[in-house]
Ligand binder design. Structure first.
Ligand code: GSH
Length: 103
């Protein structure tokens, strides 16, 4: 019961989601994150102009949602499409769960 209401939160180091609250594509990704029990920093580009500037400088456009992915193998990547982001997060979620089978 509690697992349904208070979903386990698996942090995803090296990941940040650029979004804004009323964007339907961002809402879809945030809902997917919640359902998968994943936690990562959310950067609202409408409330914080510095996040918007960071998104343009790094990803090249203002479109949200955008997932910033940083790892040692590939450096920094910017993933823009909500369906691509959710597909990627599903794979990550499966990997995280296989490392933490009790959660
Ligand atoms: N195909 C994209 C559509 C994303 C999209 O249209 N986002 C809107 C906000 S809801 C946006 O950022 N528009 C401004 C822009 O493209 O610069 C997705 O599924 O993520």
């Amino acid at each position: 019961m509690y697992a349904v209401i208070f979903r386990a939160k698996h942090k995803l180091p090296g990941h940040q989601l650029f979004h804004y609250s009323t964007c339907p594509f961002s809402i879809k990704v945030r809902l997917a994150l919640w359902l998968m029990g994943l936690k990562l920093p959310l950067k609202d580009i409408l409330s914080h102009s510095e996040y918007r500037a960071e998104l343009i400088a790094g990803g090249g456009k203002t479109q949200v949602p955008c997932l910033r992915i940083e790892d040692e193998q590939n450096g920094v990547r910017w993933m823009y499409d909500s369906n691509d982001i959710i597909r990627y997060l599903r794979r990550k979620s499966a990997a995280v769960r296989s490392l933490n089978p009790s959660q």
